[in-house]
Design a protein around this ligand. Structure first.
Ligand code: 26V
Length: 817
């Protein structure tokens, strides 16, 4: 036993030892007597007892990283959508049952207190959740990785549905304290804004700036089945002392406090969108705040063991999760050149060796650009650096392509059309040694269409790394019924090697296994039905087909296509109620960006359709429609295991990858989907016969657009569709209010139907008919469901991270003993 092991030996994990720890932590950590403790206090005490057990591993890992002088990965992300930590930590440590017993012996119901933990919802959707899955996998594979981000006080807003409409309320997730974090008041960096630059003889100085402090908060990220852990370091803004004092000395106390409050706003809230100019400036401040502190921190860590920058690129890999942290590039240049006096050329070489960039969307409106005037005001030195990088790059490009002025305009880091703007994706590509998309199709579109000029210039830079999800949270934790069944058949190794699931193929016709598989799914469906009954008052039957579309509300994801099918089905049932309808519950969940009006109207439409359908006595249990409010990680853990059908119906070429598609298939749902994002790879892995693929593919979408797409013609020619759209338009679902959904109607019929909902409607309806037919045959359905689970090996984020580590970051796992 090493000294470290000995030191923590008293923290063993028998139910008895855990019970003692909880009691101690309740008294000395929470400051409560057992007789006065509320459920929340017990949760806090239990969390501290678990954390104590993680800390032992954490210190050991940190020490080993230092001793082995490893190369470290810095994963920079504005978003980490973590969800709850308690159950996840118990499963990582392998002490779930012991904790359950310990709490029971103290008279505490673990299932109940678990529900009290707020989600850490520091992200919007797919990109943020991917970052959280990656942290889990990096720790599990013992890749020395640090997540870096912002400790927002307010995470993703809470969504309530009031009179059918989305209402956002703030999510103050830190209200009851956060037992998982360690504040590090000794780790603070000054972050500068504004001011101006002056040229000295030996360099540039940035002066007359405002500043704010960034203070670190660390969270332990446990790996599964290993003693390795990693660190998530989040920055929180603190006013600098100088700033406090200057106003105070002038006798203006109120102004001092206001200025402090103002400067601390920078880490106050997660951005759900960036529609207003004032909001945009704060967003830019956030981005710079976070990457400046991060770059200073990683340089300091490097310098603790190195006296020159000679080995920097051997020890540091910096990953940019989308363009949000791209200011890290000019910031590292500034720190190296202006502060550490590294010559420009050498610094640029280092930068190009350490950075890598993942693109997560090709939607034009989501490609980040920043107004040159705003950058000049807020970050004048960085703008100079960007211009200098651009000058060098455009020179190189002219050398490569010859003098082609159109091409130069297209690839320049600065968009000169109208108000000048810096294109963050271009800056990322120029500075990175590797650039990747998140599914085969998406990477192909990046290379061939969106960034083709760059791909011609730097062909070796572009690559694909298909996304993945952590099987620990999305199967082991979310669905205990299914995971224990799998354990019983093939053992428990799949948690760390998801390819093990392929062994389930042997059982897809085994009547015993199939019956148990159906029973496990049914348990999950009953659990969801109970919650819905409790929370919305709607009763749904667990034997109906649970048809689920859960994701952010966005036109390109085409919730409207789903709604149109629901309406068509409703009309068909009313016209012919005696047919042998497969009972269906169509379940939606997802948030709309607060400024995205049409997305909010889509939520309203789903609610209105649900109201009409659910209260129609002719329809009964044949069709129910539900919108589950406040979709997030914890709600997803409840919903996804209960799905029979997974709706992945984006217009081909728009969904970069999708990861919900993987979570649902892993939980035995069959996918109805387009050939988009990772659906294509899921289809290869599970077999096309086990999915319901429909609609235009990406090149057919492009062809149809090029040849002149006419949605109104489809509306006029398809009677079923016309009736549904006319009902929406005339107020059939909105109590005669023909105004409420007029934008939806016109978007689809008159304003170009940008996402080709009408073009795919007929194919979608046919695919839904095939779904019904399969569901009528439980044996066939279950065999397909099992084939889906069995084929999911490659969609573990462990596979994804192994690829990043090997091909992009070039880091090796830590040697643990
Ligand atoms: C943009 C902005 C603009 C400023 C305000 C806040 C904000 C937040 C996020 C974004 C971009 C989101 C991009 C994104 O989430 N992409 C999704 O990434 C997933 C993981 O790679 C992928 O599975 C989804 O297909 C893709 O839509």
């Amino acid at each position: 036993m090493t000294a470290v092991d000995l030191e923590f030996d008293h923290l063993n994990s028998t139910p008895d030892a855990l019970r003692r720890s909880i009691s101690n932590r309740l008294i000395y950590g929470v400051g409560k007597d057992a007789v006065a403790a509320r459920p929340q206090d017990w949760l806090h005490a239990a969390a501290l007892a678990v954390r104590d057990r993680l800390v032992a591993r954490w210190m050991k890992t940190t020490r080993q990283q230092y001793e082995q002088d490893v190369k470290r990965v810095y994963y920079l992300s504005m978003e980490f959508l973590i969800g709850r930590t308690f159950t996840n930590a118990l499963l990582s440590l392998g002490i779930y049952d012991q904790m359950n017993e310990a709490l029971a012996s103290l008279g505490v119901d673990m299932a109940a207190v678990t529900e009290l933990e707020p989600d850490a919802a520091l992200g919007n959707g797919g990109l943020g959740r991917l970052a959280a899955c990656f942290l889990d996998s990096m720790a599990t594979l013992a890749i020395p990785g640090f997540g870096y981000g912002i400790r927002y006080h307010y995470g993703m807003f809470r969504q309530q549905i009031v009179a059918g409409e989305q209402v956002e309320t703030p999510d103050y997730w830190l209200r009851a304290g956060n037992p998982w974090e360690f504040p590090r008041p000794e780790v603070q960096y000054i972050v500068h804004f504004g001011g101006r630059t002056i040229q000295h003889e030996h360099g540039v100085e940035w002066i007359e700036t405002d500043h704010v402090n960034a203070m670190a908060f660390d969270t332990v990220i446990p790996g599964f089945g290993t003693s390795a852990t990693n660190t998530l370091r989040l920055w929180s803004a603190r006013a600098t002392e100088e700033l406090d004092l200057s106003a105070f000395n002038q006798g203006d106390y109120r102004r001092a406090v206001e200025a402090k409050e103002h400067s601390e706003n920078v880490s106050r809230l997660l951005y759900p969108d960036d529609s207003t100019p004032a909001g945009r400036e704060l967003r830019l401040r956030q981005e710079y705040f976070f990457i400046s502190a991060t770059m200073q921190d990683l340089i300091r860590r490097y310098q603790r063991t190195h006296s020159t920058f000679g080995r920097f690129a051997d020890k540091v890999a910096i990953h940019l999760n989308d363009t949000h942290p791209v200011l890290a590039i000019p910031e590292l240049m500034r720190l190296l050149v202006d502060i550490h006096h590294v010559p420009w050329g050498h610094a640029w070489k280092l930068v190009q060796q350490v950075f890598s960039y993942t693109n997560h969307t090709l939607m034009p409106e989501a490609l980040e650009t920043w107004d040159v005037d705003l950058l000049a005001k807020l970050l004048p030195r960085h703008l100079e650096i960007i211009f200098e990088i651009n000058a060098g790059f455009l020179k190189e490009a002219s050398g490569h392509f010859g003098h082609d002025i159109d091409l130069i305009r297209r690839i320049s880091l600065v968009d000169e059309y109208g108000q000048r703007r810096v294109r963050m994706a271009h800056l990322a590509i120029v500075a990175s040694q590797k650039v990747n998309g998140v599914s085969k199709l998406h990477s192909q579109l990046m290379e061939r269409e969106f960034f083709s000029d760059f791909a011609r210039m730097f062909p070796e830079r572009f690559t694909n790394v298909t996304n993945g999800i952590t099987p620990r949270r999305w199967l082991a934790q979310a669905s205990r019924p299914l995971s224990s069944l799998i354990d019983a058949r093939i053992g428990s190794r799949w948690r760390a090697d998801l390819f093990e699931l392929s062994k389930l193929r042997a059982f897809s016709e085994d009547p015993g296994f199939c019956a148990e598989f159906r029973a496990a799914k049914r348990t999950n469906k009953i659990r969801l039905a109970h919650r819905l009954l409790h929370e919305t008052g709607l009763a749904i039957h667990p034997d109906a087909l649970f048809d689920m579309q859960v994701k952010r509300i966005h036109e390109y994801k085409r919730q409207l296509l789903n709604v149109l099918h629901v309406i068509a089905r409703y009309n068909a049932i009313r016209a012919n109620p005696e047919r042998d309808w497969v009972p269906r519950v169509v379940i939606f969940a997802g948030k709309a960006a607060s400024a995205y009006k049409l997305a909010k109207t889509i939520i309203r439409l789903i609610g209105d359709v649900a109201e009409k359908v659910n209260n129609d006595p002719v329809v009964g249990d044949r069709l129910k429609v539900v919108f589950v409010p406040n979709y997030g990680v914890s709600v997803a853990e409840l919903m996804i295991p209960a799905a029979d059908l997974s709706e992945q119906i984006s217009m081909a070429g728009t969904e970069a990858s999708g990861t919900g598609n993987m979570k649902l298939a892993l939980n035995g749902a069959l996918t109805i989907g387009t050939m988009d994002g990772a659906n294509i790879e899921i289809c290869d892995a599970v077999g096309r016969e086990n999915m319901f693929i429909f609609g235009l593919n990406a090149s057919e979408v492009a062809d149809m657009r090029a040849s002149g797409y006419r949605p109104r013609q489809i509306y006029e020619e398809n009677e079923v569709l016309r009736l549904a759209l006319d009902q929406i338009r005339t107020g059939y679902f909105s109590g005669g209010d023909s105004h409420r959904f007029s934008d939806i109607f016109h978007t689809l019929v008159d304003w170009g139907d940008h996402y080709m909902v009408l073009a795919d409607f007929e194919a979608f309806t046919e695919a839904q008919t095939a779904v019904d037919a399969r569901f009528r045959n439980p044996r066939a359905w279950t065999a397909s469901a099992i084939a889906n689970v069995a084929g999911m090996g490659q969609f573990s984020s462990d596979r994804t991270i192994a690829e990043y580590a090997r091909d992009i970051w070039r880091v090796k796992p830590l040697q643990t003993d």
